[in-house]
Design a protein around this ligand. Structure first.
Ligand SMILES: [Zn+2]
Length: 337
């Protein structure tokens, strides 16, 4: 099991030991407006030896190849609140309870079997997603017919998380085109990891990872080949804002999520990046997400970043926290508007 945990660390970047002082969202009045989290990972909560985590660490540290190098680059800091991992075996239950408390519906990604467990546990709050990559075996592929079944009869709604960058290949690589062709044919949106990974230590942990393969403009050829494909650029292509804005300008089927980046980079930088997306005119294409893993309180913490963003209007906050994703996922929103 730990292999897949490590893989997900690599996928989305995580750490223990840093900081911030924002309060967690407190929504317990029963009238909490709905939130859509478009980027959650189905995990089973069996992670030995995990320390608490401080979100929005202020620094990434250098390392020396002559010495033993730690796998994560975040500086070790003190913080309030510190986020604690769930107790053994309690993770899914704790996250689902948080989703209930915060009125969150989430797109949950993972292998079909793991995601189904989440869906079974909370059918009304889980939108299932799965991908052609095998989390335990980078470079391995899920059979195309099997994937077709997941999306036609298995109830899966989003193809993701697709992390080709961790294999050092472009999303427009012809070797994976058949999967995107399937998504276009079935009218299933795809969610692709673009931007950074590895918490400043991709060189230590993930020798195949290439930052350059996270350039949002690498999606252009794919989008040209599949003009009806709807794409969620995960992590909003951080930190390549110019390339991200160029793609958003070029293609109206592209949305971004702010998952992962919202808690794993310095807070000023996070806010500046989101503000830039909004200031450039794309407030309708920014979707809230957490990259939820390990720490159940991460969801409330991440919601609070948007809620506390003084550069966003109340309407922009609602759009980012719910309306944009509801439109992207084509949810029936009559009751929630
Ligand atoms: Zn990711």
């Amino acid at each position: 099991m730990f292999g897949s945990i490590v893989r997900r660390f690599l996928f989305c970047g995580v750490l223990f030991g840093s900081c911030s002082t924002l309060g967690l969202a407190q929504n317990t009045d029963g009238k909490t407006p709905p939130v859509l989290d478009v980027h959650v990972h189905a995990m089973d909560g069996d992670f030995p030896g995990l320390a608490p985590m401080c979100p929005n660490t202020s620094k990434f540290t250098a390392s020396d190849p002559k010495e033993k190098e730690e796998p994560f680059g975040w500086a070790k800091e003190q913080c309030t609140p510190m986020l604690y991992p769930a107790a053994k075996g309690e993770y899914m239950k704790d996250v689902l309870a948080e989703m209930e408390r915060l009125n969150v519906t989430a797109v949950v990604f993972g292998d079909a079997k793991s995601v189904q467990q989440w869906k079974d546990a909370e059918p009304g709050r889980v939108i299932p997603g799965t991908s052609f990559q095998d989390g335990m075996n980078p470079g391995k592929r899920v059979n195309l017919d099997e994937l077709r079944k997941d999306f036609t009869t298995g109830g899966f709604k989003v193809m993701g998380e697709i992390g080709l960058q961790y294999e050092g290949i472009s999303p427009s690589d012809p070797s994976v085109d058949q999967y995107f062709a399937l998504a276009e044919e079935l009218d299933i949106p795809v969610a692709i990891h673009m931007g950074t990974g590895g918490s400043g230590r991709a060189n230590v942990m993930m020798p195949k990872f290439r930052g350059s393969m996270g350039n949002p403009l690498l999606l252009e050829e794919l989008l040209a080949r599949h003009p009806k494909l709807r794409v969620q650029v995960m992590h909003a292509g951080y930190p390549m804002i110019e390339e991200m804005l160029t793609l958003l300008q070029a293609d109206s089927h592209v949305y971004v999520d702010v998952a992962g980046l919202i808690w794993s980079y310095p807070l000023k930088e996070v806010n500046r990046y989101i503000e830039r997306l909004v200031d450039a005119g794309f407030e309708d294409r920014v979707m809230f997400g957490t990259d939820q893993l390990l720490w159940p309180n991460l969801m409330a913490y991440s919601v609070s970043i948007i809620q506390n963003a003084d550069y966003l209007t109340p309407q922009q906050k609602r759009d980012i926290l719910y309306n944009n994703a509801a439109r992207f996922l084509r949810l029936d929103t009559k009751q929630n508007k």
